[in-house]
Design a protein around this ligand. Structure first.
Ligand code: NAI
Length: 414
């Protein structure tokens, strides 16, 4: 008989599935690029983030970590991290928004040298709060769409005082994490938490950026009839050419059975939409904040609001129809009852890019304050390491091919 042990280390199983981080961890333990530096990490405190944090610590950093969302804290991960030397967690499983604010301040009071953020919360806070300062901060690596757009807004306002690497905007992040990671993990959570099959259902996806495209593509692969709403004509035509029906939310509201918002914007689903929806329609969000569904308006439209199951809040309308909001409108793949975030294989490359971005910040002198693209060579390094880990080999250009591509008088080459 096989003897089963409960893992004492909640990260052990996932370490096997994050080989690129494993390689960077070994390299970092040898050359210790963060020796003497304090890194403030604000992200979903779940196992993959735990491995990222350990990787930074093994590379010499003192790591301070805090969640970016009170709903995505895994207590076992926090205890495991906090018990280790070189890591301090400012987090607890049942945090209120006020606790989270306090935790962010406590972390920033420790004057970190580097920030690694998901949503730019720590970055915005140390710039906005007169009691805090950006003085200690050498730079920041930001891993999500909303955080990069926030950092850009700070730069446009002329307040951004530190360099920020837009890790989200690398091909390796966009193509894999946003599309596949969020696409699969969001729908998995919806299906598990609602016990629903998506085949044959009408799924409305709001926003056809990287995330929305992933959600819509995966939903259709599962047999759903997919509808996309957009505000950008090029994204809308892309959705149309990819085979989804495209229409305004006012029309989609009448036919959808599951609505998934993925815009990074606010108030995409409003009271007037809800009033048109089918009985039993389900609403969820994968965008960064719980403001894509106008929850206050939903409550105003309802005669009764109650939690019917973990992660499902039912809004009853006066005519007897009910609408279910999943995960309180927060990111359903990260805060729903079955949430495990993105698969480890996906976060492996995202966090690897974050590690390389932080290394670049300490190793490069004179980076201006502002939002910078992550140098392409670093993104290529991540891809190469991932291919190595997967055992996948690719071709390389011959000298002749390179000369041909570099030339404009190509007939002289071949
Ligand atoms: P993106 O910028 O590529 O796409 C957003 C799309 O939404 C754009 O095409 C935009 O035109 C559209 N949009 C904006 N307002 C709209 C409206 N009112 N109605 C319909 N469409 C509208 O961004 P990306 O990378 O797809 O990310 C979307 C959101 O998902 C962001 O908030 C990002 O931070 C978040 N995100 C969440 C993850 C998760 O694990 N849940 C992982 C990665 C990103």
């Amino acid at each position: 008989m096989v003897e089963r042990h409960h893992a004492e280390d909640p990260l052990a199983r996932l370490r096997e599935r994050t080989p690129v981080l494993g390689m960077l961890r070994e390299a970092g333990a040898e050359d210790r690029p963060f020796e003497g530096a304090t890194i403030g990490v604000s992200s979903h405190l779940e196992p993959k983030t735990g491995i990222f944090i350990e990787t930074l610590r093994d590379a010499g950093a003192e790591v301070l970590c805090t969640p970016n969302d009170p709903g995505s804290v895994h207590g076992d991960v926090v205890s495991h991290l906090d018990a280790q030397s070189g890591i301090t967690a400012f987090a607890a499983p049942e945090m209120s928004e006020a606790d989270l604010d306090r935790a962010h301040r406590d972390l920033l009071d420790r004057e970190p040298d580097l920030l690694a953020t998901d949503g730019a919360e720590l970055l915005a806070k140390c710039h906005a709060d007169p009691e805090l300062s950006t003085e200690s901060v050498v730079g920041c690596a930001e891993q999500t769409t909303s955080g990069v757009s926030r950092a850009r807004a700070m730069a446009d306002d002329g307040v951004l005082a530190v360099p920020v690497f837009a890790v989200n905007h690398t091909p390796m992040k966009h193509w894999f994490d946003n599309v596949h990671g969020t696409g699969e993990s969001a729908l998995t959570n919806v299906m598990l938490s609602t016990n629903t099959v998506l085949a044959g259902r009408t799924v409305v996806v709001a926003g056809y950026g990287y995330v929305g495209r992933g959600v819509a593509t995966k939903a259709r692969a599962l047999g759903a009839d997919t509808v996309v709403t957009e505000v950008d004509s090029r994204k809308a035509i892309r959705a149309h050419m990819d085979g989804h029906r495209v229409m305004p939310m006012d029309e989609a509201a009448e036919i959808g059975e599951l609505f998934v918002t993925a815009t990074g914007n606010c108030h995409v689903i409003r009271e007037r939409h809800v009033r048109k929806m089918n009985d039993g329609a389900m609403l969820c969000n994968v965008g960064h904040r719980d403001i894509e569904v106008a929850i206050g308006e939903l409550a105003d439209a309802a005669t009764d609001v109650r939690d019917v199951e973990e992660g499902i809040t039912r809004y009853s309308l006066a005519d007897g129809r009910t609408i279910d909001l999943l995960a309180e409108g927060k990111m359903v793949n990260l805060t729903g009852p079955y949430s495990q975030g993105h698969p480890a294989a996906v976060m492996d490359t995202t966090f690897a890019a974050m590690v390389l971005a932080l290394r670049e910040l300490v190793e490069t002198d004179g980076l201006d304050a502002g939002v910078h693209p992550l140098p392409e060579r670093l993104d290529e390094d991540v891809a190469r390491l991932k291919l190595d880990a997967l055992g996948v080999e690719i071709d390389s250009l011959t000298d002749l091919q390179q000369r041909y591509l570099d030339a404009w008088q190509r007939d002289e080459i071949v």
